[in-house]
Design a protein around this ligand. Structure first.
Ligand code: R1P
Ligand code: URA
Length: 298
């Protein structure tokens, strides 16, 4: 039974997510239907509030929970920072864009899980990304989260010094997700390295930002080097997500769909309805994983 580790100070103060553990009935309490008991709680995080609300509604339906999926409530409505939904044994949380934003949410979420006495948590980041040599709509299950220099590490600056943390993710969860993707229709998936950048434009080799300090040739050379380093997609949260989950003993996976192939351009010109369908692919895959683990499907 792997406990969630908290910092040595055991700091209790949290001023970002005012969600009250009692309101959630404890993430790990038996769900109202009593269907799922105290098994593994599952946590899914993603950048956009709307997407994490629709994921919560989707999971509510998939787990056939009582009540109306449309009635789910944001238990973080007191703050403007994040949205959080508890659906049976699943917590769905938004985190905004970029390492700083998800990092703050993860501190608060991990403290919440600790106080709810959760054990054996499995946490998924379900997001979107830019593909590197992959067709749009491909789901990338992250092997290693790497930084802009393709290193499997996250640099945390603390008191003016750099702490380097490993970004290893749970290999078994990744392999299991890949296996399930082959059982599901229309979820083309690969396992590969995910590069996490601190910027969407220049930091990802885009030529179409307000600033651009490089040529098309230099952009393509960088993307080729990334590809040779095993990078298959680019997003903006995976390294700190992997690092913090690892330090806190949380089994973690990153499952992001690609919205475009960056070798073919920078703009996300895919029609909105197609983008929505793409964004559902990681949700379907993770929902399938959860249902398998809850014994709802054999
Ligand atoms: O789709 P989400 O989860 O927001 O993730 C990706 O989308 C945002 C950029 O468009 C960044 O947060 C990147 O990581
Ligand atoms: O190209 C992309 C698409 C989504 N998210 C990113 O960070 N980059």
């Amino acid at each position: 039974m792997a406990p969630i580790l908290l910092n040595s100070m055991g700091n209790e103060h949290s001023d970002y997510i005012q969600s009250d553990v009692s309101k959630t009935g404890g993430v790990c309490e038996e769900s109202s239907s009593g269907q799922h008991g105290r098994g593994h709680p599952f946590v899914c995080v993603g950048g956009s509030p709307n997407r994490m609300r629709s994921f919560a509604q989707f999971i509510h339906e998939q787990l056939e929970l009582p009540g109306n999926a449309a009635d789910i409530r944001d238990i973080c409505e007191g703050t403007d920072r994040y949205s959080m939904y508890k659906v049976g044994p699943v917590l769905s949380v938004s985190h905004g864009m970029g390492v700083p934003s998800i990092s703050i949410m993860l501190h608060e979420l991990i403290k919440l899980l600790y106080h709810a006495r959760c054990r054996d948590v499995i946490i998924f980041r379900i997001g979107t990304s830019g593909g590197v040599g992959l067709p749009a709509g491909t789901v990338v299950i992250t092997d290693k989260a790497v930084d802009s220099f393709f290193r499997p590490q996250f640099e945390q600056v603390v008191l003016g010094k750099v702490i380097i943390r490993s970004t290893e993710l749970d290999e078994d969860v990744a392999q299991e997700l890949l296996q399930y993707s082959s059982e599901l229709p229309d979820i083309p998936s690969v396992i590969g390295n995910t590069m996490c950048t601190h910027d969407f434009y220049e930091g990802q080799g885009r030529l179409d930002g307000a600033l651009c300090s490089f040529s098309t040739e230099e952009k393509l050379e960088y993307l080729r080097k990334a590809s040779e380093a095993g990078v298959r997609n680019i997003e903006m949260e995976s390294t700190v997500f992997a690092a913090m989950c690892r330090v806190c003993n949380l089994k973690a996976a990153v499952v992001c769909v690609t919205l475009l192939n960056r070798f073919e351009g920078d703009q996300i010109s895919t029609p909105h309805n197609v983008l929505l369908e793409y964004q559902q692919r990681p949700q379907c895959l993770v929902a399938h994983f959860i249902k398998k683990h809850l014994g709802l499907i054999s």
